[in-house]
Ligand binder design. Structure first.
Ligand SMILES: Cc1cc2nc3c(=O)[nH]c(=O)nc-3n(C[C@H](O)[C@H](O)[C@H](O)COP(=O)(O)OP(=O)(O)OC[C@H]3O[C@@H](n4cnc5c(N)ncnc54)[C@H](O)[C@@H]3O)c2cc1C
Length: 433
């Protein structure tokens, strides 16, 4: 997501020679739903990648959030969201990852300046470009490795980022990937599969997001693909990966185990889990990273999950990656001297970090905090949480599920990363020695 956004944003700013290197043979979309929050729609709109795009066409405009007790299906809090667009200028949508990535890709393909190189794996940075060019090595699927020179290298290579590894190694810094102790099943049910069940069809046809919560577990669910697919994303203690090699991130799960994990959830949830075809249970390890001391070195910078991986409980991971890409293009466009001075570019990349790191750190921490609150077991803390859920039924009150809380929505949704970059670039740049 971050890589596509960088390519599109730089292309739109008129940069002439943009290469995207992707290790997969094609965009290879892992099917799953994604929430497309107003702050993300705002950036897509600025990149001419919203109105009339496949992203907008396939999106569901979210009108409400319902937080429910997993065991009883009783509603703990209900947040009406009919006025999100009116408040923030852009709607809150849900969509398919394939539409979001596909829309960004289609927009990139309209630009002559952007070239995609699939089946090519980034292998490491050789020079970070403090004085001369940045040099890095690539390994194509077929053929020998080769070195590429560039003015700027942006590492949007996800949670397992080899760019981050290269950078930290060069800087002799230690910051490790961390286990969150949580894992997720990602499930998509088709209209056809749901059609025998009127209560499930009602979920599919609704413009709402549902979250069923229980001790140490929850399931978030919403319609995607023009209400033709119901997307469920779960979160439970990581049992299967705990003893697995650290490089493992996804695995085929067992339907029996999945059903056991949610055995005490309400019948409506059981019916949906029963519909998952045998052999199609996929479990994701939810990993995180110690906060990085730096996101940039020379003229190399990290983007998205490579520098701020997050638990998905605020649904902002892709949004933050795409905001990073748009901010980078905004910042680099403003480099004094038009980019001819490597030192000025290095400083501008630091401005990007100064603009983005405090905000992404806040959201990453808030997502983890919200997860802890959602997963509380019996006791005083849960009683207090449920009291707050009940109070939140009144319009405008804070909701313990931070994703659905109007105060948190305001903080996240009204933020305009491009305006922020434009307004603060000069001051932040001047403050760097
Ligand atoms: C269960 C779950 C639910 C989520 N729900 C939401 C949501 O609702 N809303 C939201 O905004 N976010 C959500 N996210 C988070 C979101 O998916 C990620 O934060 C986002 O994809 C990060 O984008 P990225 O570009 O940084 O990394 P990625 O999307 O991981 O992309 C990295 C790319 O780099 C490529 N790559 C990796 N290594 C190399 C290499 N060495 N050489 C070349 N290419 C390489 C990969 O193949 C991949 O294409 C969710 C995540 C999970 C796990």
């Amino acid at each position: 997501m971050g890589g596509l956004a960088c390519a599109l944003a730089f292309g739109k700013k008129g940069f002439k020679n943009i290469n995207v290197y992707e290790s997969a043979a094609d965009l290879g979309f892992v099917g799953a739903g994604i929430q497309i929050a107003p702050n993300l729609v705002r950036v897509l709109d600025r990149l001419d990648c919203w109105k009339g795009s496949v992203i907008e066409r396939d999106a569901t405009n979210v009108q409400s959030a319902s937080i429910r007790d997993g065991a009883t299906d009783q509603e703990l809090a209900h947040v009406d969201m009919p006025d999100i667009e009116q408040k923030y200028g852009f709607p809150h949508c849900t969509g398919h990852r394939a539409s979001l990535a596909g829309g960004l890709y289609d927009a990139c393909k309209k630009l002559d300046s952007v070239r995609f190189n699939f089946g090519v794996t980034f292998a490491g940075v050789e020079e970070f470009g403090q004085s001369g060019k940045v040099k890095f090595s690539l390994q194509p699927r077929q053929g020998d490795p080769y070195t590429v020179e560039t003015d700027i290298l942006l590492g949007a290579d996800g949670i397992k980022s080899a760019t981050r590894y290269s950078m930290l190694k060069a800087l002799k810094l230690d910051a490790e990937v961390e286990d969150t102790g949580q894992a997720a099943y990602r499930i998509m049910l088709t209209r056809e599969e749901m059609s025998p069940y009127p209560d499930l069809l009602a979920l599919l046809d609704d413009n709402g997001v549902k979250r069923w919560i229980g001790e140490k577990r929850h399931i978030i669910a919403y319609p995607i693909s023009s209400h033709n697919i119901y997307n469920l994303s779960t979160c439970q203690p990581d049992e299967n990966f705990a003893s697995a090699p650290s490089a493992m991130y996804t695995t085929k799960g067992s339907k029996v185990v999945m059903k056991q994990v949610y055995a005490d959830f309400a019948p409506i949830v059981q019916t949906m889990l029963d519909l998952v075809p045998e052999g199609e249970v996929c479990e994701w390890r939810l990993r995180s990273h110690k906060e990085l001391p730096t996101w940039t070195h020379g003229r190399v910078a990290l983007v998205g999950d490579a520098c701020h991986p997050t638990l998905p409980h605020l649904n902002q991971g892709a949004a933050m990656a795409i905001e990073d890409g748009a901010t980078l293009a905004e910042v680099i466009t403003r480099v004094p001297g038009g980019g001819s001075d490597p030192e000025a570019v290095t400083k501008a990349l630091k401005v990007y970090e100064l603009l983005r790191k405090p905000r992404t750190t806040t959201l990453v921490d808030l997502a983890a905090f919200s997860g802890r609150t959602l997963h509380l077991g019996e006791g005083k803390a849960k009683e207090e949480r449920d009291r707050q859920f009940a109070a939140a039924k009144e319009k405008g009150q804070p909701v313990p599920d931070k994703w659905a809380s109007p105060d948190v929505q305001k903080m996240i949704y009204e933020y305009d990363c491009l305006k922020d970059a434009a307004e603060r670039f000069d001051e932040l740049y001047a403050g760097l020695t």
